[in-house]
Design a protein around this ligand. Structure first.
Ligand SMILES: Cc1ncc(COP(=O)(O)O)c(C=O)c1O
Length: 442
């Protein structure tokens, strides 16, 4: 700004000034000038100045059937007019109907649900249940995993930037993760024979009492940068975990509800049945809701052993929104649709990888695609500055994207599941121009 020139007070500047004054400064905000949003419809969101954006991050993989889907809006409005809240002390039709629906679509014997308001809550609930059901205390998680922001959530998480305050819950150990692009064992798939899976056994045998309550993992590590395990990984690991008395907690907070294409849940790609599964984000198209689902037998592990309640956990409005969201997913065959447009997206990005050396890796499944950016393909040096440049370029051209990874150098591409072929074409076109500009400056 020219010195002495009075700054024009737009709606954006007004919001940003209040943000700075009244909200904690540690809020993470994307873009050099953060972007206040006002409304959304389908694949599009508008900022407060009226500029539209094609949303390829879907509110962090949450607006699963598109912004303000009319059926979700209607279901929530109808329920809001009837009863907003009563607490789970009284059974509610939406609560039991959603639990029944989830029992129908969840893999294996996962039949009984416990609803909470956030993914963090769901993971905490899963860990507590595993401990009470097995009588063991120790948990094995994976490096580069993310499980939320509570003390347990941060202790399960294995990224230093997300483990703030030095909080450490005892009894949580971390095994090597199946990160093929940066293999922790410096091996290559398939000749490696998925050697990283064996580390789970080493960790159990060397850092625990030899009996564990659970192993927790995401089918594709979300915050970690859409790290996708090789085939066979989960089969080997779950066998090891069960051999040492543990339950497998599958965290489907990002991968659930058709996100990975063809299947309802990410773990189904690897023919493994979890003992406990957590879900949130896409479950209710943006309404706060999470769930921990398990078998009737494991759930008994908490019965009669004391009291627990989640005041907002069975909220009838969130439940109505979730039932409507799943209904739309079923009617529109979204898991199948995601497989088709997801392939188009990943193929398109792999073509861009051939053109732009800054793209080190393209990976993922369905509409959960990561682009790992590097300054040098040989050394794989993370390209953090280039990521920021790409963010500004794509924003300018009206495309919203996300990022992640331990080094903050992975672009997360995860639009609502209703993205069409034309939406994917448009996003690829913008990526092409943006990557060209980023590459030129490197
Ligand atoms: C895999 C996974 N688990 C748990 C969580 C925590 O969810 P929430 O932010 O709703 O507490 C997240 C959030 O990003 C996540 O990605």
């Amino acid at each position: 700004m020219t010195p002495g020139k009075k700054r024009k007070m737009t709606k954006t500047t007004e919001i940003l000034e209040k943000q700075k004054k009244y909200l904690w400064s540690n809020h993470i905000l994307y873009y050099t000038e953060p972007l206040p949003l006002e409304r959304g419809e389908g694949m599009t969101v508008w900022d407060v100045e009226g500029k539209p954006y094609l949303d390829f991050f879907g509110g962090i993989l949450t607006t699963s059937v598109g912004h303000n889907h009319p059926e979700v809006v209607e279901a929530a409005q109808e329920q809001t007019a009837k009863l907003i809240h009563s607490s789970t002390l009284y059974p509610h039709e939406n609560h039991v109907n959603l639990a029944e629906k989830l029992a129908e679509i969840a893999p294996g014997d996962l039949q009984v649900s416990y609803f909470t308001p956030s993914g963090t809550d769901a993971d905490e609930t899963a860990v507590l249940l595993a401990k009470m059901a097995t009588g063991q205390q120790e948990i094995v998680a994976l490096r580069h995993g993310y499980s939320g922001r509570s003390a347990v959530g941060m202790s399960l998480t294995a990224h230093s930037p997300w483990r703030i305050g030095g909080t450490q819950v005892l009894g949580i150990k971390h095994a090597l993760n199946p990160y093929c692009y940066r293999c922790p064992l410096k091996m290559t798939y398939p000749s490696c024979d998925v050697a990283c899976a064996q580390d789970v056994e080493d960790v159990i045998r060397t850092t625990t009492s030899g009996r564990i309550a659970a192993f927790i993992a995401e089918p594709i590590q979300g915050v970690g940068g859409f790290i996708t395990p090789p085939p066979g990984y989960f089969k080997i690991v779950t066998e090891i975990v069960r051999q040492y008395g543990g339950l497998f907690i599958c965290d489907e907070v990002q991968t659930g509800f058709g996100r990975t294409g063809d299947k309802w849940f990410g773990i189904e790609h690897w023919d493994v049945e979890p003992d406990i599964m957590t879900m949130a984000k896409g479950i209710a198209n943006g309404f706060p809701l999470a769930n921990t689902i398990t078998t009737a037998e494991i759930a008994e592990g908490m019965a009669g052993k004391g009291l627990t309640i989640s005041t907002f956990g069975g909220n009838p409005v969130s439940m109505a929104a979730s039932l409507a969201t799943i209904d739309v997913m079923e009617k529109e065959n979204l898991p199948e649709h995601v497989a088709v447009v997801g392939k188009q997206l990943i193929d398109g990005l792999k073509k861009l990888q051939e053109k732009y050396p800054v793209i080190g890796d393209v990976r993922g499944k369905g509409l959960m695609v990561g682009i790992e950016m590097v300054t040098n393909r040989e050394t794989k040096e993370p390209a953090g500055t280039a990521v920021n440049h790409l963010f500004e370029e794509t924003r300018q051209m009206g495309l919203l994207i996300g990022k992640g990874g331990l080094y903050g150098n992975v672009i997360r591409v995860a639009p609502p599941l209703v993205a069409t072929k034309e939406d994917v074409d448009k996003a690829l076109e913008i990526f092409d121009i943006a990557f060209a500009r980023v590459q030129e400056e490197m």
